[in-house]
Write a protein that binds this ligand. Structure first.
Ligand SMILES: [Mg+2]
Length: 391
């Protein structure tokens, strides 16, 4: 079998789909995307495919090595995201060729279903850049997830944060989490994502105020470049700490895993695809760290995550945004010929049995919805004095 060509599709809200074609008529799908940088990643995919075109798609690891290292310059968000999507598509082809789901090629299923969590949002649920956080909206969107049968939710309870902010702002954050905890009771797990908006000092100040809320984890209290701060953060609180969505390979995880974090969050569309995240998970296991694959993006990336989750022992829970997060439910599920395998039952997605990614992409629907230009970006936030603020 030989790879004969590929095609990229720019999709709303900020996704990029990749289709790889072969001379046997088998096609593979991947999602090579760095959100807000779709055109840059598309150009990187175009260059990376020089390593793959005309060659046997079954040699996944050989392609991975060539793509990652063959350009001499390596690493970073853009190149790793490009390789990630190609890697997903190659695994999809391999599974289809052999007539088995990808998890079978990774050693077989270690679980019968995977627990998922949903996002809740205090702003307009379709506008993830809205800096207003209304309790009424938080509870409304919490109820949407509970109605879906989910029993694990995540949200960001902070608005724009100064590196050291006021007592009022801290108390507002705690209050929002208290209201949601009161609303859902103790049967529902709550995770908080602070998007790196805290400093180390703010983390140490606010975590004791949140400990009574029994959170599943707090994610990205500080920005990813402060890996060395995580040990101090972990030692300052009993709350499990999660991070890793903005790290791109196993070497970047090495120091982080030693800090005592509880959960690593590699993204299968950023951190080298199924191949590399499988390795990151294995290294994490040696530190007794669980992984919760980051996936606030599209349906193909989620399908890749699920295949990995089914085969990987130390997966805690899977992120997904079907129905709430970055777009309406229809937008997400419309791209599958049959989306029923993605339906959550009592908070879990059941083991998929179809070959490759486990779900067939509806190419007609993808083609009809794809765009020539998609320049959607993350919002720009500013502090009161006009200076840049972390989103
Ligand atoms: Mg996050």
């Amino acid at each position: 079998m030989k790879v004969t060509g590929f095609e990229l599709f720019h999709m709303d809200p900020m996704w990029l789909f990749l289709k790889i074609e072969t001379d046997e008529g088998i096609t593979g799908w991947g999602e090579p995307i760095l959100e807000g940088k779709a055109h840059t990643v598309a150009a990187a995919v175009d260059e990376m495919m020089d390593h793959v075109i005309g060659r046997d798609p079954m040699h996944i690891e050989r392609h991975w090595q060539r793509m990652m290292k063959g350009g001499f310059y390596r690493g970073g968000a853009v190149l790793n995201s490009a390789v990630s999507g190609i890697d997903q598509a190659l695994w999809d082809i391999a599974g289809k060729k052999l007539g088995v789901p990808i998890y079978q090629l990774l050693g077989g299923a270690v679980r019968d279903r995977i627990r998922i969590y949903g996002h809740v949002n205090g702003g307009d649920p379709w506008d993830f850049g809205n800096p207003n956080l209304l309790i009424e909206n938080l509870l409304k969107t919490t109820q949407v997830q509970l109605d879906r049968g989910l029993n694990a939710i995540k949200f960001n309870p902070s608005t724009i944060l100064e590196n050291i902010d006021s007592p009022k702002v801290l108390k507002e954050i705690v209050h929002r989490v208290e209201v949601v905890r009161d609303y859902v009771g103790d049967d529902v797990d709550i995770m908080l994502d602070f998007h790196g908006r805290f400093s180390l000092a703010m983390s140490r100040r606010i975590f004791p105020m949140l400990e009574h809320l029994n959170l599943m984890f707090i994610e990205e209290p500080v920005a990813p470049e402060y890996t060395s701060h995580f040990e101090l953060i972990v030692n300052s609180t009993s709350i499990p700490i999660a991070t890793g969505e903005r790290l791109f390979d196993r070497s970047e995880y090495k120091d982080l895993l030693r800090t005592g974090i509880a959960v690593a969050q590699p993204d299968l569309s950023h951190a080298g695809g199924i191949s590399e995240v499988r390795r990151i998970a294995a290294i994490a296991e040696t530190y007794n760290v669980d992984i919760a694959p980051h996936c606030p993006i599209g349906p193909i990336s989620l399908a890749a995550c699920l295949q990995l989750d089914f085969a990987t022992p130390n997966v805690l829970i899977q992120e997904q945004i079907i129905g709430l997060g970055h777009g309406p439910k229809s937008e997400f599920l419309n791209y599958f010929v049959d989306s029923s395998p993605m339906e959550a039952k009592n908070g879990y997605i059941e083991l998929m049995t179809k070959p490759g990614l486990g779900v067939e992409i509806d190419e007609k629907a993808v083609r009809a919805a794809s765009k020539k230009i998609n320049r959607k970006r993350f919002p720009e936030w500013t502090h009161k004095d006009g200076s840049f603020a972390e989103w």
